[in-house]
Design a protein around this ligand. Structure first.
Ligand code: AMP
Ligand code: MG
Length: 413
């Protein structure tokens, strides 16, 4: 129960996050991989352009390449040749003539403007023009978009749909990325049953390992799933030892709340340096973090909503930093009105699950998903955001302004 803890003995989320992030550095090992295998990977070096983009001066319009001093209101210029995209004009270009040119075609040497065909009139002996061109008109210059040698992506970028086609357009076939993180995972609890097996008396299905595994896969980690470990000292010790040697990070669920913690604590103390934290957030008060002999350790609380929330708020940024990702930003928050009253007691920061939507006036508003118990996982499936209620805030009436944090891609379907 929370009745006896004072908020000063609890860590705020941002204190916990600062502590956590200050203790880790990105994994050092890198690998050179093909661009086609690079989706979701993190660049380990800045990527510079091997080319000018566009690679050569080319026409922005269908029209006529001209030398400006030959264009007058009365001039009729014969067409000396044609330049198409992929088929440059290399022929003779006599004085007082023009070249028919199409969009994307290389600009013939000597051209100083392209006149679009809408400003051209075909005459018997050539073409006349209805407008006088400005210098460089409709000419896209080599390197105008990206200069050869310019940085296109800094180190620590995630390679997604916005980045990979850009690299492809530059002919970058391979990239140096941080190696993927290896994360070992197990659930603790005598009451847990694996999905697909019938429930025996007093058993519940192991939700957390499934939830955490899905989130780890979304974060592009290699998952080492060690299953359900019974509340038994030897079994837990064995699981930690196995996990520690294989993984960069070991994540467990359950067994970190007061009472049970002593038990896990004893084993962890032998292997490394672990702190058991009490966080001033709801749900998710108990959380353990530290260093085993080799791997880092994150101990999530057993209640499924608490486990998912602490993973989202703490483990996600930790894994992002370890993975080498340098552009992690605090989750985006916005202020909106709640259309439903929200239960809240002062003392901890609440991360209630809400449904953010636009009303008839086009304004964003939020309502609760209902029951906010830390075992009610349906609040995640119904919700699309956290309603973040400040630590010292009390009950919230309908119509009050609240802070909302839309779920990021980790929780979006
Ligand atoms: P614990 O932190 O181990 O004391 O567990 C707190 C609550 O979460 C208890 O009701 C557990 O039964 C439940 N719980 C623990 N682990 C899981 C899990 N992997 N999946 C679903 N519920 C769990
Ligand atoms: Mg337990």
């Amino acid at each position: 129960m929370d009745c006896c803890s004072t908020s000063s003995s609890l860590l705020t989320l941002s204190q916990a996050l600062d502590k956590l992030l200050s203790q880790v550095e990105p994994v050092g090992q890198t690998e050179l991989i093909s661009l086609t295998q690079a989706a979701n990977r993190i660049t380990a070096q800045a990527i510079t352009s091997p080319l000018n983009v566009p690679p050569f001066d080319n026409s922005a319009m269908d029209g006529y390449a001209v030398r400006r001093n030959e264009v007058t209101e009365s001039a009729v210029l014969p067409v000396a040749g044609k330049a198409f995209a992929g088929q440059p004009f290399h022929g003779e270009w006599p004085a007082a003539s023009c070249i028919r040119i199409m969009t994307g075609a290389p600009i013939p040497a000597g051209t100083d403007a392209v006149i679009m065909q809408e400003q051209a009139e075909i005459q018997e002996n050539g073409v006349s023009f209805t407008a006088m061109p400005k210098a460089g008109q409709n000419v896209r210059l080599a390197g105008e978009d990206i200069r050869q040698g310019a940085e296109v992506l800094p180190a620590g970028s995630k390679l997604g749909v916005a980045q990979l086609p850009l690299l492809a357009s530059l002919g970058v076939a391979q990239v140096t990325v941080h190696r993927r993180l290896k994360v070992a995972l197990f659930s603790t609890g005598d009451e847990l049953q694996t999905i697909g097996q019938p429930l025996q008396e007093g058993q519940i299905y192991d939700t957390n390992r499934f939830a955490v595994r899905l989130m780890l896969e979304k974060l592009d980690c290699e998952v080492i799933d060690l299953g359900i470990i019974r509340d038994n000292e030897a079994a837990i010790r064995d699981a930690f030892a196995k996990a520690d040697v294989q993984a960069d990070v070991v994540i467990t669920s359950g067994g970190v709340s007061v009472g049970e913690a002593d038990y896990t604590k004893q084993i962890l103390d032998e292997m490394g340096k672990i702190s058991f934290w009490k966080l001033a957030i709801k749900p998710g008060k108990p959380f353990a973090f530290g260093q085993l002999s080799h791997a880092l350790f994150c101990g999530l609380p057993g209640n499924p909503v608490s486990a998912a929330l602490t993973f989202y708020q703490l483990v996600q940024p930790l894994l992002m930093k370890l993975s080498g990702y340098s552009q992690w930003q605090k989750p985006r928050q916005i202020s909106v009105k709640t259309t439903t009253a929200l239960k809240k007691t002062p003392g901890r920061m609440d991360f209630q699950r809400g449904i953010l939507s636009s009303n008839a006036q086009g304004e964003l508003e939020v309502k609760t998903t209902g029951h906010q118990g830390s075992h009610v996982f349906s609040s995640f499936s119904q919700g699309n955001c956290f309603i973040v209620l400040e630590q010292e805030r009390g009950p919230v009436a309908a119509g009050e302004w609240v802070t909302v944090e839309p779920f990021n891609s980790l929780l979006e379907s």
